[in-house]
Write a protein that binds this ligand. Structure first.
Ligand SMILES: *Cc1c(COP(=O)(O)O)cnc(C)c1O
Length: 337
Protein backbone atom coordinates (compact mmCIF):
# COMPACT_ATOMS: atom_id res chain seq x y z
CA UNK A 1 0.00 0.00 0.00
CA UNK A 2 1.05 3.58 -0.71
CA UNK A 3 -0.06 5.35 2.44
CA UNK A 4 -0.46 9.16 2.45
CA UNK A 5 -2.52 9.30 5.66
CA UNK A 6 0.38 10.22 7.94
CA UNK A 7 4.10 9.79 8.56
CA UNK A 8 3.10 7.76 11.64
CA UNK A 9 2.61 4.75 9.32
CA UNK A 10 6.36 4.32 8.68
CA UNK A 11 7.78 0.89 9.45
CA UNK A 12 11.29 0.01 10.61
CA UNK A 13 13.76 -0.92 7.86
CA UNK A 14 15.70 -4.19 7.94
CA UNK A 15 18.76 -2.60 9.56
CA UNK A 16 16.63 -0.97 12.27
CA UNK A 17 14.92 -4.30 13.00
CA UNK A 18 18.31 -6.00 13.29
CA UNK A 19 19.48 -3.36 15.77
CA UNK A 20 16.26 -3.77 17.78
CA UNK A 21 16.69 -7.54 17.79
CA UNK A 22 20.23 -7.29 19.13
CA UNK A 23 19.71 -4.40 21.56
CA UNK A 24 21.14 -5.00 25.07
CA UNK A 25 18.23 -4.98 27.54
CA UNK A 26 17.49 -4.48 31.23
CA UNK A 27 14.67 -3.26 33.44
CA UNK A 28 14.30 0.44 32.70
CA UNK A 29 12.14 1.10 35.78
CA UNK A 30 15.29 0.17 37.75
CA UNK A 31 17.31 2.35 35.35
CA UNK A 32 18.99 -0.82 34.10
CA UNK A 33 18.26 -0.82 30.39
CA UNK A 34 21.51 0.03 28.58
CA UNK A 35 19.74 0.85 25.30
CA UNK A 36 17.28 3.25 26.94
CA UNK A 37 20.11 4.86 28.92
CA UNK A 38 22.22 5.23 25.77
CA UNK A 39 19.33 6.84 23.87
CA UNK A 40 18.52 9.25 26.71
CA UNK A 41 22.18 10.29 27.12
CA UNK A 42 22.65 10.71 23.36
CA UNK A 43 19.38 12.63 22.95
CA UNK A 44 20.11 15.01 25.83
CA UNK A 45 23.56 15.74 24.45
CA UNK A 46 22.69 16.21 20.78
CA UNK A 47 19.73 18.50 21.55
CA UNK A 48 21.66 20.59 24.10
CA UNK A 49 19.74 19.55 27.24
CA UNK A 50 20.93 18.18 30.58
CA UNK A 51 18.46 15.29 30.58
CA UNK A 52 16.06 13.27 28.41
CA UNK A 53 13.22 10.81 28.91
CA UNK A 54 12.11 8.07 26.54
CA UNK A 55 8.30 8.14 26.33
CA UNK A 56 5.74 5.83 24.79
CA UNK A 57 4.23 8.52 22.55
CA UNK A 58 4.25 12.20 21.68
CA UNK A 59 1.00 12.60 23.57
CA UNK A 60 2.66 11.18 26.70
CA UNK A 61 5.76 13.37 26.28
CA UNK A 62 3.62 16.52 25.95
CA UNK A 63 1.45 15.59 28.92
CA UNK A 64 4.52 14.89 31.07
CA UNK A 65 6.00 18.24 30.05
CA UNK A 66 2.81 20.06 31.05
CA UNK A 67 2.59 18.17 34.35
CA UNK A 68 6.28 18.81 35.09
CA UNK A 69 6.05 22.54 34.38
CA UNK A 70 2.63 23.18 35.92
CA UNK A 71 0.95 22.39 39.24
CA UNK A 72 -2.75 21.86 39.87
CA UNK A 73 -4.55 25.15 39.16
CA UNK A 74 -1.86 26.47 36.79
CA UNK A 75 -2.48 27.17 33.12
CA UNK A 76 -0.57 26.92 29.87
CA UNK A 77 -1.03 29.13 26.83
CA UNK A 78 -1.06 27.40 23.47
CA UNK A 79 -2.51 27.65 19.98
CA UNK A 80 -6.15 26.87 19.25
CA UNK A 81 -4.78 24.31 16.76
CA UNK A 82 -2.08 22.97 19.08
CA UNK A 83 -1.87 19.20 19.20
CA UNK A 84 -1.50 19.33 22.98
CA UNK A 85 -4.76 21.25 23.23
CA UNK A 86 -6.92 19.85 20.45
CA UNK A 87 -5.78 16.30 19.77
CA UNK A 88 -4.69 14.82 23.10
CA UNK A 89 -8.02 14.11 24.75
CA UNK A 90 -7.79 17.10 27.06
CA UNK A 91 -5.11 15.21 29.03
CA UNK A 92 -3.64 18.27 30.76
CA UNK A 93 -7.07 19.14 32.22
CA UNK A 94 -8.19 15.55 32.81
CA UNK A 95 -5.03 14.19 34.41
CA UNK A 96 -3.02 17.27 35.40
CA UNK A 97 -5.72 19.67 36.65
CA UNK A 98 -4.01 22.16 34.34
CA UNK A 99 -6.13 24.69 32.46
CA UNK A 100 -5.39 25.37 28.81
CA UNK A 101 -5.64 28.96 27.56
CA UNK A 102 -5.80 28.59 23.79
CA UNK A 103 -5.14 31.53 21.46
CA UNK A 104 -6.04 31.68 17.77
CA UNK A 105 -3.04 30.67 15.66
CA UNK A 106 -1.88 33.18 13.05
CA UNK A 107 -1.81 32.01 9.42
CA UNK A 108 1.86 31.05 9.71
CA UNK A 109 1.15 28.88 12.77
CA UNK A 110 2.69 31.32 15.25
CA UNK A 111 0.97 32.97 18.21
CA UNK A 112 0.79 36.77 18.40
CA UNK A 113 2.68 38.10 21.45
CA UNK A 114 0.12 40.88 21.99
CA UNK A 115 -2.66 38.27 22.22
CA UNK A 116 -0.56 36.14 24.56
CA UNK A 117 0.17 39.16 26.74
CA UNK A 118 -3.56 39.92 26.97
CA UNK A 119 -4.25 36.32 28.07
CA UNK A 120 -1.65 36.20 30.87
CA UNK A 121 -3.52 36.30 34.18
CA UNK A 122 -2.88 38.77 36.96
CA UNK A 123 -1.52 37.40 40.20
CA UNK A 124 -4.92 37.27 41.91
CA UNK A 125 -6.75 34.33 43.46
CA UNK A 126 -9.60 34.69 40.98
CA UNK A 127 -7.34 33.40 38.24
CA UNK A 128 -5.35 30.33 37.36
CA UNK A 129 -1.59 30.90 37.48
CA UNK A 130 -0.22 31.35 33.97
CA UNK A 131 2.91 29.23 33.98
CA UNK A 132 3.88 28.16 30.48
CA UNK A 133 3.79 29.01 26.79
CA UNK A 134 3.63 25.98 24.51
CA UNK A 135 4.51 26.29 20.80
CA UNK A 136 4.46 23.71 18.03
CA UNK A 137 7.01 23.34 15.20
CA UNK A 138 6.32 22.26 12.53
CA UNK A 139 2.62 23.10 12.83
CA UNK A 140 0.39 21.90 10.00
CA UNK A 141 3.69 21.31 8.18
CA UNK A 142 4.66 24.98 8.55
CA UNK A 143 8.04 25.97 9.96
CA UNK A 144 8.22 28.71 12.62
CA UNK A 145 11.03 31.19 11.79
CA UNK A 146 14.11 31.13 14.05
CA UNK A 147 13.64 34.86 14.70
CA UNK A 148 10.15 34.14 16.06
CA UNK A 149 11.53 31.49 18.41
CA UNK A 150 14.10 33.99 19.72
CA UNK A 151 11.30 36.51 20.32
CA UNK A 152 9.25 33.86 22.13
CA UNK A 153 12.22 33.16 24.41
CA UNK A 154 12.64 36.84 25.20
CA UNK A 155 8.90 37.29 25.72
CA UNK A 156 8.59 34.32 28.11
CA UNK A 157 11.65 35.46 30.08
CA UNK A 158 10.19 38.92 30.54
CA UNK A 159 6.87 37.42 31.72
CA UNK A 160 8.40 34.68 33.91
CA UNK A 161 6.85 31.92 31.82
CA UNK A 162 8.44 28.62 30.91
CA UNK A 163 8.60 27.74 27.19
CA UNK A 164 7.76 24.28 25.82
CA UNK A 165 8.03 23.08 22.24
CA UNK A 166 5.83 20.34 20.87
CA UNK A 167 8.47 19.29 18.39
CA UNK A 168 6.82 16.11 17.16
CA UNK A 169 8.16 17.07 13.71
CA UNK A 170 10.90 19.49 14.76
CA UNK A 171 13.44 17.66 12.56
CA UNK A 172 11.36 18.53 9.50
CA UNK A 173 11.75 22.17 10.57
CA UNK A 174 15.52 21.86 11.10
CA UNK A 175 16.03 20.15 7.75
CA UNK A 176 13.87 22.71 5.95
CA UNK A 177 15.84 25.59 7.53
CA UNK A 178 19.15 23.76 6.95
CA UNK A 179 20.22 24.34 10.56
CA UNK A 180 21.44 22.07 13.34
CA UNK A 181 18.58 20.97 15.58
CA UNK A 182 20.05 22.93 18.51
CA UNK A 183 19.39 26.20 16.64
CA UNK A 184 15.73 25.45 17.35
CA UNK A 185 15.84 23.56 20.64
CA UNK A 186 18.15 26.10 22.37
CA UNK A 187 15.24 28.52 22.80
CA UNK A 188 13.12 26.16 24.91
CA UNK A 189 12.96 24.86 28.48
CA UNK A 190 11.57 21.55 27.23
CA UNK A 191 11.03 19.88 23.87
CA UNK A 192 9.07 16.76 22.87
CA UNK A 193 10.13 14.91 19.71
CA UNK A 194 8.40 12.00 17.95
CA UNK A 195 10.72 9.21 16.87
CA UNK A 196 7.79 7.31 15.37
CA UNK A 197 6.82 9.71 12.57
CA UNK A 198 9.11 10.78 9.74
CA UNK A 199 12.15 9.49 11.60
CA UNK A 200 10.81 5.97 11.08
CA UNK A 201 11.02 4.29 14.50
CA UNK A 202 8.03 2.04 15.29
CA UNK A 203 7.23 3.51 18.72
CA UNK A 204 8.43 6.26 21.02
CA UNK A 205 9.05 9.91 21.69
CA UNK A 206 11.56 11.95 23.66
CA UNK A 207 11.10 14.64 26.25
CA UNK A 208 14.11 16.91 26.77
CA UNK A 209 14.72 19.31 29.64
CA UNK A 210 16.69 20.09 32.78
CA UNK A 211 17.56 17.31 35.26
CA UNK A 212 14.96 18.64 37.67
CA UNK A 213 12.22 18.81 35.04
CA UNK A 214 12.95 15.35 33.64
CA UNK A 215 13.06 13.80 37.13
CA UNK A 216 9.60 15.22 37.73
CA UNK A 217 8.41 13.96 34.34
CA UNK A 218 9.87 10.51 35.06
CA UNK A 219 7.85 10.36 38.25
CA UNK A 220 4.64 11.34 36.43
CA UNK A 221 5.38 8.82 33.69
CA UNK A 222 5.39 6.08 36.34
CA UNK A 223 2.21 7.43 37.94
CA UNK A 224 0.49 7.40 34.54
CA UNK A 225 1.45 3.78 33.97
CA UNK A 226 4.18 4.62 31.49
CA UNK A 227 7.15 2.99 33.22
CA UNK A 228 8.34 0.43 30.65
CA UNK A 229 10.58 -2.51 31.50
CA UNK A 230 12.82 -3.92 28.70
CA UNK A 231 12.08 -0.88 26.55
CA UNK A 232 15.55 -1.00 24.98
CA UNK A 233 14.24 -2.77 21.88
CA UNK A 234 12.21 0.36 21.15
CA UNK A 235 14.84 2.82 22.34
CA UNK A 236 17.45 1.23 20.05
CA UNK A 237 15.14 1.87 17.09
CA UNK A 238 14.77 5.52 18.11
CA UNK A 239 18.54 5.85 18.53
CA UNK A 240 19.06 4.44 15.03
CA UNK A 241 16.41 6.83 13.68
CA UNK A 242 18.18 9.89 15.13
CA UNK A 243 21.50 8.79 13.69
CA UNK A 244 20.37 7.68 10.23
CA UNK A 245 16.97 9.07 9.25
CA UNK A 246 17.29 12.82 9.74
CA UNK A 247 19.01 14.07 6.57
CA UNK A 248 16.73 12.00 4.33
CA UNK A 249 13.72 14.09 5.47
CA UNK A 250 14.71 16.50 2.69
CA UNK A 251 13.52 13.84 0.22
CA UNK A 252 10.09 13.83 1.88
CA UNK A 253 9.93 17.60 1.45
CA UNK A 254 10.88 17.51 -2.23
CA UNK A 255 8.44 14.62 -2.79
CA UNK A 256 5.69 16.67 -1.14
CA UNK A 257 6.54 19.60 -3.41
CA UNK A 258 6.41 17.34 -6.45
CA UNK A 259 3.10 15.81 -5.34
CA UNK A 260 1.67 19.31 -4.83
CA UNK A 261 2.68 20.36 -8.35
CA UNK A 262 1.21 17.23 -9.92
CA UNK A 263 -2.05 17.51 -7.97
CA UNK A 264 -2.38 21.12 -9.04
CA UNK A 265 -2.47 19.96 -12.68
CA UNK A 266 -5.62 17.95 -11.96
CA UNK A 267 -8.95 19.74 -12.33
CA UNK A 268 -10.84 19.98 -9.05
CA UNK A 269 -7.70 19.99 -6.90
CA UNK A 270 -5.94 23.13 -5.74
CA UNK A 271 -2.73 23.38 -3.74
CA UNK A 272 -1.28 26.76 -2.73
CA UNK A 273 2.27 26.36 -4.02
CA UNK A 274 3.44 29.62 -2.43
CA UNK A 275 3.39 28.01 1.02
CA UNK A 276 6.08 25.59 2.19
CA UNK A 277 4.52 22.85 4.28
CA UNK A 278 7.55 20.48 4.55
CA UNK A 279 6.28 16.88 4.23
CA UNK A 280 2.59 17.77 4.00
CA UNK A 281 0.42 18.67 1.05
CA UNK A 282 -2.89 20.43 1.61
CA UNK A 283 -5.17 20.21 -1.40
CA UNK A 284 -8.51 21.96 -1.59
CA UNK A 285 -11.00 19.64 -3.31
CA UNK A 286 -13.84 21.17 -5.33
CA UNK A 287 -17.46 20.30 -4.53
CA UNK A 288 -17.81 18.54 -7.89
CA UNK A 289 -15.59 15.71 -6.64
CA UNK A 290 -16.91 12.95 -4.38
CA UNK A 291 -13.77 12.54 -2.31
CA UNK A 292 -15.14 9.66 -0.20
CA UNK A 293 -15.93 7.56 -3.25
CA UNK A 294 -12.55 8.50 -4.75
CA UNK A 295 -10.78 7.34 -1.59
CA UNK A 296 -12.58 3.99 -1.78
CA UNK A 297 -11.63 3.52 -5.44
CA UNK A 298 -8.00 4.40 -4.72
CA UNK A 299 -7.85 1.99 -1.78
CA UNK A 300 -8.63 -0.83 -4.20
CA UNK A 301 -5.68 0.37 -6.30
CA UNK A 302 -3.38 0.30 -3.26
CA UNK A 303 -3.38 3.98 -2.29
CA UNK A 304 -4.57 5.21 1.10
CA UNK A 305 -5.50 8.77 2.07
CA UNK A 306 -7.97 10.35 4.49
CA UNK A 307 -10.91 11.81 2.54
CA UNK A 308 -11.59 15.44 3.50
CA UNK A 309 -12.63 18.69 1.80
CA UNK A 310 -9.09 19.83 2.43
CA UNK A 311 -6.99 16.78 1.71
CA UNK A 312 -3.87 16.32 3.81
CA UNK A 313 -1.36 14.07 2.08
CA UNK A 314 1.81 13.25 4.01
CA UNK A 315 5.10 12.08 2.51
CA UNK A 316 7.54 9.89 4.41
CA UNK A 317 10.18 7.19 3.94
CA UNK A 318 7.56 4.72 2.68
CA UNK A 319 6.66 6.93 -0.30
CA UNK A 320 8.96 7.55 -3.29
CA UNK A 321 8.62 9.37 -6.63
CA UNK A 322 7.33 6.25 -8.41
CA UNK A 323 4.60 5.91 -5.76
CA UNK A 324 3.56 9.51 -6.41
CA UNK A 325 3.46 8.89 -10.19
CA UNK A 326 1.31 5.83 -9.59
CA UNK A 327 -1.04 7.75 -7.29
CA UNK A 328 -1.44 10.58 -9.82
CA UNK A 329 -2.07 8.05 -12.62
CA UNK A 330 -4.68 6.15 -10.58
CA UNK A 331 -6.31 9.38 -9.43
CA UNK A 332 -6.54 10.67 -12.99
CA UNK A 333 -7.94 7.35 -14.19
CA UNK A 334 -10.56 7.25 -11.39
CA UNK A 335 -11.68 10.80 -12.22
CA UNK A 336 -12.18 9.95 -15.89
CA UNK A 337 -14.26 6.79 -15.49
C1 LIG B 1 1.70 13.22 16.35
C2 LIG B 1 1.83 14.44 17.18
C3 LIG B 1 1.82 14.36 18.57
C4 LIG B 1 1.51 13.10 19.33
O1 LIG B 1 2.29 12.02 19.02
P1 LIG B 1 1.73 10.53 19.27
O2 LIG B 1 2.99 9.75 19.29
O3 LIG B 1 0.84 10.24 18.11
O4 LIG B 1 1.01 10.52 20.56
C5 LIG B 1 2.03 15.52 19.28
N1 LIG B 1 2.19 16.69 18.67
C6 LIG B 1 2.19 16.82 17.34
C7 LIG B 1 2.41 18.17 16.72
C8 LIG B 1 1.99 15.69 16.54
O5 LIG B 1 1.98 15.83 15.22
Amino acid sequence: MIDFRSDTVTKPCAKMREIMFNAPLGDDVYGDDPSVNALEAFAAQCHGFASALFCSSGTQANLLALMAHCERGDEYICGQNAHNYKFEGGGAAVLGSIQPQPIENENDGSLCFEKIRAAIKLNDFHFANTRLLSLENTIGGKVLPLSYLAQAREFTHSHQLALHLDGARVYNAAVALEVDITEITKHFDSVSICLSKGLGAPVGSLLLGSVELINKARRWRKVLGGGMRQAGMLAAAGHYALEHNVTRLIDDHSNARYLAQRLNEIEGFHVDLTKDTTNMVYAHVSDTIDIHSLAQQLTVKGVLFSPNKTLRLVTHLGVNRADIELFIAELTAALHV
